[in-house]
Design a protein around this ligand. Sequence first.
Ligand code: TRP
Length: 326
Amino acid sequence: MYSAVQPSGNLTIGNYTGSIRNWVAFQNDYDCYFAIANMHAITVRQEPAQLRSRTLELAAWYLACGLDADKCALYVQSQVPQHAELTWVLNSLTYVGEMQRMTQFKDKCARHADNINMGLMDYPVLMAADILLYLADYVPVGVDQKQHVEIARDIALRFNNRYSETFRIPEPLILKTGAKIMSLQDPSKKMSKSDENPNACVFLADDRDTVIRKFRRAVTDSDNRVVFSEEKQGISNLLGIYAAFAGVGIEEAEKTFAGVGYGEFKTAVGETVADVLAPIQAEQKRILADKDYLNGILKSGAERAYKAARKTLSKVYRKVGFFQGD
Ligand code: TRP
């Protein structure tokens, strides 16, 4: 199993419920590689000191959320050179046209019109290299990354057909619960760490008062029933968040708040989220302060990833006809 998060911003509660928390559940049953995708992050401008500190902060969140470095390889992408090396080989099997058609590429071109760089366009190929290096069968991601995993499948099949069976064909694993948390200010949009409105997004690092205040300001509707329905996007989003954090189903969440007013409901959702976050935040702080421990985890994670990656890359080099000495 393979997945990664970019250290390009502060983590949101959506990253937690949609990604990291699920990985924790998988680590007992799969051979897992979880990366910090700093090579992907530089496809949009990053401040170097901030990129470095966010890399460590993200590693500390991984651990604080319950990832166990004995059960999975936690590592920083740029510490394993095979990611860049395999990307180069896969580039020659990938067509410019198909990269130009990728949804996220088009979105990012619109948002960063002054910086449409080659890395941005090559982003999906680097992601394919990530996944294929470890011969991953499953890639747990949010729906927005599904197209990228699909292109990784296409590239893997193309390589296998041209050079003989080499890569496994990965499958995206899109999890339902908590997979898509919407903006608190515009529930038709995904909650995004880069949203301009600070009330739209709840960060994993937000303190209790901030969390509750953001939920109290969440956009709802002019009705007064706490029920899940397509016409009630704001309330449905809050019910989904409550369910994901309280560990209950939507129906049970509806029952809990039957007859309760919106104000009280929103406060309750905020308190539930804040209660879950508090121990994780304390643990993240503690781990982040212990630099030796954190460096040790990332070092052994990179070593483990390196071993697996080197094996795959050497096979790839042999198949494409790269001279490797004897
Ligand atoms: N592109 C992913 C995101 O933005 C992060 C990522 C990089 C990733 N490499 C990956 C996810 C490989 C899954 C597999 O969320």
